[in-house]
Design a protein around this ligand. Structure first.
Ligand SMILES: C[S@@+](CC[C@H](N)C(=O)[O-])C[C@H]1O[C@@H](n2cnc3c(N)ncnc32)[C@H](O)[C@@H]1O
Length: 247
């Protein structure tokens, strides 16, 4: 059974600026990820391995900034959870997510801002997953996101995080200039006007941290540590375990 809550084309809420491109034209992101420019294939292969090892029998999973779930859905089908909750601001992405998740049981999709969703949730999960969404938040929102994740995880559970990061000591300006150069040089199979729209999105809405700053934020939030599971340039995957006494 799949339930879709609060779905509407409502305007973007505070903290949801990073959803702008996804609200308007989900298809550009879909095309970019299909070409694997952000290493979705390799990273999600490791996510599937991790879920196989750590998901456990009948685990519950909360997916924050779930998008269309195009890459996570096959992992979930390989290692089915007892409950999946996906949260995103983009109505277009959630409509596609519904199709991607067909066949799984106890699926709920909510059109909500992810920090607000964490604040409102009363459920605790065995796994919280977030893919390429955290960098859209500012520092204070990231801190809040991480603290609320600790509260919403059962003891011994973990946050599995995919995101982009700046090099140590690199400014946001230098990171953006470097990332846009890479996009314009390497993302050659995207039509020019779509590539420029994606570049404008990165320029306006990407606020990645360095890996060490993210690790420190995680510790302050109450995670026991942050272990890197995969790295493809700025595109990375980490596990943040809660330790024995969560939230
Ligand atoms: C780059 S896409 C990633 C989608 C998918 N998780 C993946 O790994 O391919 C980022 C997603 O986060 C959503 N998003 C960005 N900021 C958000 C926020 N504050 N609350 C909820 N969703 C948000 C966007 O709408 C978009 O679907």
């Amino acid at each position: 059974m799949i339930t879709l809550a609060g779905l509407s084309q409502k305007p973007i809420l505070a903290g949801g600026g990073g959803a702008a491109m996804f609200q308007k034209s989900w298809s550009i992101y879909d095309a970019l990820s299909e070409k694997n420019y952000m290493h979705h294939r390799e990273i999600y292969a490791r996510v599937a391995e991790w879920l196989g090892r750590r998901g456990g029998k009948g685990y519950s999973i909360l997916d924050l900034g779930c998008g269309s779930v195009r890459f996570l859905a096959p992992c979930l089908k390989k290692h089915p959870p007892a409950m999946y909750v996906g949260v995103d601001l983009s109505a277009a992405a959630l409509e596609e997510a519904k199709e991607q998740l067909e066949g799984l049981f106890h699926v709920a999709l909510r059109q909500e801002e992810m920090v607000e969703a964490l604040e409102r949730s009363k459920t605790r999960f065995e796994v919280i997953f977030s893919g390429y969404a955290l960098h859209h938040l500012d520092v204070a929102q990231k801190e809040k996101f991480l603290s609320l994740c600790v509260e919403r995880l059962v003891p011994g559970a973990a946050l599995l995080l995919v995101d982009v990061v700046r090099e140590e000591g690199e400014s946001r300006e230098a990171y953006i200039a470097r990332y846009l150069d890479d996009m314009r040089r390497d993302w050659t199979e995207v039509p020019r006007h779509e590539l420029e729209e994606a570049c404008a999105h990165v320029q306006a809405y990407d606020f990645p941290e360095t890996e060490s700053d993210l690790g420190e934020m995680g510790k302050r939030a109450g995670f026991a540590g942050m272990k890197r599971l995969a790295r493809f340039g700025p595109h990375q995957l980490w596990e943040l375990p809660t330790g024995k006494k969560a939230g």
